[in-house]
Design a protein around this ligand. Sequence first.
Ligand SMILES: Cc1cc2nc3c(=O)[nH]c(=O)nc-3n(C[C@H](O)[C@H](O)[C@H](O)COP(=O)(O)O)c2cc1C
Length: 268
Amino acid sequence: MTDNPSEKMIETDIFKLISNRRSIRKFIDKDVPNEVIRKVLEAGFRAPFASQICSIVYTKDKEKMNNLKRMGVYPTSKLFMIFLIDFDRMTKIIKQSNYEYDYDDGMVLWLGVQDASLVAENIILAMEAMGLGSVLLGFAPLMADQIAEVFNIPSKAFPVVGLCAGYPDPDHLMDVRPRFPYEYSAFEDEYRDLSEEEIKSCMKAMDDGYITQGYYIKQNAKIPLKSGKDEIGFDKYSWSEHICRKITQGIRSKETLSEILRKKGFDM
Ligand SMILES: Cc1cc2nc3c(=O)[nH]c(=O)nc-3n(C[C@H](O)[C@H](O)[C@H](O)COP(=O)(O)O)c2cc1C
């Protein structure tokens, strides 16, 4: 720990920190000091790695934020990060070591997602410990071209996820979100095929929790149906309905992820 007030830890009990964490979507207008950014990023890179195929580009730059907004990326905070599968750097390492690449690009991407996800979670928790909040932005891979343009990212470096980060607005704190009941997610010794009743319990735990919190009403967020009249009002619209609409109504981007990856030089 340091004497610098901007580097003060706020929460040091790791279990408390993890169970109180929730995504933050409204931030106050307060700058995140550079030394805090560096500290949390360094904590990020202490995560276990498969191949260190992860880099981060971050910005506080107003013009870059505006460019991102113009392109349809919506950073809601004063600090924005992009977690990259960085196979560009690895390609250079292979070249300098006089080897020729011969591997499965699918596996390279998998390794990169594994590395980037662990780095991201370390950073999210390190930020929580310092009183910062964050929300991930999962659309990043589908906006690879726009993000590459703003941040000058080469082919073979590919965005996994974005992260908006900053000091939470205490007047707009979201509730801690429910999860599937433990016994339906953690299986000792062997996988358990869940019965229809157990699946119903999973859905109920999530749906009751979200409706009690008024989550979708507060966000005024409902995925529109592709066709037909929407009979489900906000009193019934909950997590199961939301996730089903998201996953069953087709990709909403112009190109599929495989097409975008091919364009960026990955052999899909
Ligand atoms: C990979 C990933 C992508 C996400 N993308 C988005 C996003 O684009 N927009 C958003 O508001 N939240 C996004 N989230 C946040 C989730 O909605 C949130 O984590 C989830 O609802 C659970 O809530 P909690 O983080 O408050 O526990 C994302 C989370 C993950 C892990």
